[in-house]
Write a protein that binds this ligand. Structure first.
Ligand code: FDA
Length: 310
């Protein structure tokens, strides 16, 4: 079911009819179903939620949703939105940290344009003390994501890091490379359905790989982010850090907006650094479908919400 539901929801995320239906009901009011995972369609709504989270002692990364653009113009528009977002964040006074995807900046259209677009974001971001995290997309983009990251790293951009997926066979090698560079990694399990040729299939084996990589990153990495809602893995991270005398300010936990809010609050209360990934924007459908694919039980609450709103 683990990989099967991911594949099913990935296929459904391409359906325009479903997208139209979801767009009609998903965000219409603050109670609409997609709001559980997405702050809203506008940056103002995201800033509103960001302020609430900050007042609860949480750190943030804002994600202007979008991916898989098909033209250079679309990539350029997404880049301009990120530059505008940097400006809005600076004016709002919330924390300076954003996440983005390379297919949003045009990596599938033209790689050089994508590098230029990322640079257009990193320049103002660097000037204003932002950290920029590159999300990791599905495996056809892993190598190019690492290459684009390194191109910019070698050009002395240091306000940048990547997410790496424990599920992929290649990830230990990527983790080692990031350690060698002194670059920051966000470790995640991996949200996409992948083939056995590139990825571990059984959930328990992905979990074991995550724990192994978490330990390597805590021992040798630069301020790693342990991004999971898995309580057992979080407990294992805390006890490993304790056993190695790794201070709480040398790593952080990260979770997605709207998932395990109880655990988010508990980790803050226990004195841990807890960053919330806060997505917003009109292109929320594929992100939303990945959240359903991770936990098919979520479909029940969506159906109930749709029936209520009709
Ligand atoms: P797991 O799936 O085992 O879930 C553990 C528990 O968390 C569940 O039992 C449930 O309680 C809760 N939970 C998890 N997902 C839920 C959901 N959708 N709805 C409700 N409850 C849920 N992936 C990727 O491929 N590239 C990336 O760049 C990122 N970036 C990223 C950033 C951050 C901050 C996080 C936390 C995660 C990502 N991910 C990601 C997603 C990640 O790969 C993974 O798919 C999800 O985090 C779910 O896996 P867990 O580690 O939470 O474990």
């Amino acid at each position: 079911m683990y990989g099967g539901s991911k594949a099913l929801f990935f296929a459904l995320s391409r359906s325009t009819a479903l997208k139209r239906l979801a767009s009609k009901y998903g965000m219409a009011t603050p109670e609409s179903f997609a709001r559980r995972f997405i702050a809203g369609e506008t940056v103002e709504e995201a800033i509103h939620d960001a302020r609430i989270l900050q007042s609860r002692g949480m750190l943030l990364t804002l994600d202007y949703l979008g991916e898989s653009v098909r033209t250079i113009d679309e990539a350029s528009a997404a880049t301009a939105e990120y530059v505008r977002l940097i400006d809005v964040i600076v004016k709002s006074g919330i924390e300076r940290n954003v996440s983005l995807k390379l297919t949003q900046l045009g990596v599938t259209v033209d790689r050089a344009t994508c590098v230029d677009n990322l640079r257009r974001i990193l320049d103002p971001a660097g000037k204003h003390g932002f950290f920029v995290r590159i999300d990791m997309e599905n495996s056809p983009y892993t190598a190019v994501t690492m290459e684009v990251f390194e191109t910019l790293w070698q050009q002395e951009h240091r306000n940048i890091g990547v997410a790496l997926q424990a599920a992929l066979h290649r990830t230990e090698q990527d983790v080692r490379r990031m350690i060698e560079l002194g670059a920051r990694v966000r470790l995640v399990k991996g949200a996409y359905k992948e083939s056995p040729a590139v990825a571990i299939q059984a959930k328990k084996d992905v979990d074991a790989a995550f724990v192994r990589l978490m330990r390597i990153l805590l021992d040798e990495g630069t301020y790693p982010a342990i991004a999971t809602h898995d309580e057992a893995i979080i407990a294992s991270t805390c006890s490993y850090a304790n056993s190695r005398n790794i201070a709480r300010d040398r790593f952080e936990f990260q979770m997605l907006y709207g998932i395990r809010r109880d655990l988010q609050a508990r980790l803050v209360a226990d004195g841990h650094r807890m960053r919330i990934y806060l997505p917003f924007g009109r292109q929320w459908f594929p992100y939303f479908m990945r959240r359903l694919g991770e936990r098919p039980a979520n479909v029940g609450f969506v159906l109930r919400a749709i029936l209520r709103e009709r």
